[in-house]
Design a protein around this ligand. Structure first.
Ligand SMILES: [Zn+2]
Length: 108
């Protein structure tokens, strides 16, 4: 038995809400620094209920092989994971832009 999506009424395997939701996300990856100069990579811009940010955080931590936390729909990854995180999210179908908070040279 499969679950029925409450939004489109289709079984979860056929549900395209997540695909649509993904396309609507305008994710932003920000490379920044915390106290003590530790680099962190922040992934923000999630909106809507159809994105499972929890498991996305898990996947990102695995892909980047780093620690990370999820707080208020914002994923924080330890270290500079900009490129890995971007590649991963793009491969998942998200639209991602990169912003640099420091004065380093801008990434493409
Ligand atoms: Zn649906």
């Amino acid at each position: 038995m499969s679950e029925i999506c409450p939004v489109c009424g289709l079984p979860k395997e056929l549900c395209i809400c997540e695909e649509i939701a993904k396309e609507q996300q305008k994710l932003k990856i920000t490379k920044t620094r915390r106290k003590y100069g530790k680099p962190v990579t922040v992934v923000s811009g999630f909106s809507g209920k159809h994105i499972d940010i929890q498991s996305l955080t898990k996947e990102l931590k695995a892909v980047c092989a780093c620690g990370g936390t999820l707080k208020n729909s914002v994923i924080e990854l330890q270290g500079d994971q900009t490129e890995k995180a971007r590649k991963f999210l793009v491969s998942k179908g998200y639209e991602v832009s990169i912003e640099e908070e420091a004065n380093d040279r801008r990434l493409r």
